[in-house]
Design a protein around this ligand. Structure first.
Ligand code: CMP
Length: 142
């Protein structure tokens, strides 16, 4: 199976609850390798641009408020089937529907404060990675 890259955000509720290490260790146990990482606080402009596809949704303002409320860990994860594997590990967007053992079941507080973001397709992964990382910041395994 091909090695893929995907994009992940450890969201403010997780960084403030001291769960960065716990979440990273779930990635690592599932053979997702960290190929790039930035610890930062998003500006409103950057968060709005990232979630532009949700601009007309009623929760957009709340989503941007939350994503700019504290630090985030932006990551490129690399591994076999990384996009879909990461989605499985994260669990459903709404933690009430997330399977046992998933990151969102363990660490999400609500559908808004849902612990992590992960790309939903390879095309999204490429777009999202390019939105936050320069090409030379992605460290290739080979
Ligand atoms: P994420 O994977 O980062 O992509 C879009 C985000 O919008 C999603 O996770 C949720 O955190 C958020 N979201 C989706 N639906 C709702 C909702 N009904 N209310 C608040 N936030 C939502």
């Amino acid at each position: 199976m091909a090695i893929e890259k995907t994009f992940s955000i450890i969201k403010p509720n997780s960084t403030l609850d001291n769960n960065i290490g716990n979440i990273k260790s779930i990635f690592e146990k599932n053979d997702l390798r960290i190929a790039a990482a930035k610890f930062t606080k998003l500006s409103r402009e950057k968060a709005e641009g990232f979630y532009i596809e949700h601009k007309e949704r009623p929760f957009f303002g709340e989503l941007v408020d939350f994503m700019t409320s504290g630090p985030v860990m932006l990551m490129c994860l690399e591994g076999e089937n990384a996009v879909m594997k990461n989605r499985e590990i994260m669990g459903a967007t709404n933690p009430a529907e997330a399977a046992e053992g998933t990151i969102r079941k363990l660490y999400a507080k609500s559908i808004g404060e849902n612990a992590v973001h992960g790309s939903d397709s390879e095309a999204s992964a490429q777009r999202e990675l390019a939105y936050f990382f320069e090409k030379n910041e992605l460290v290739d395994r080979f």
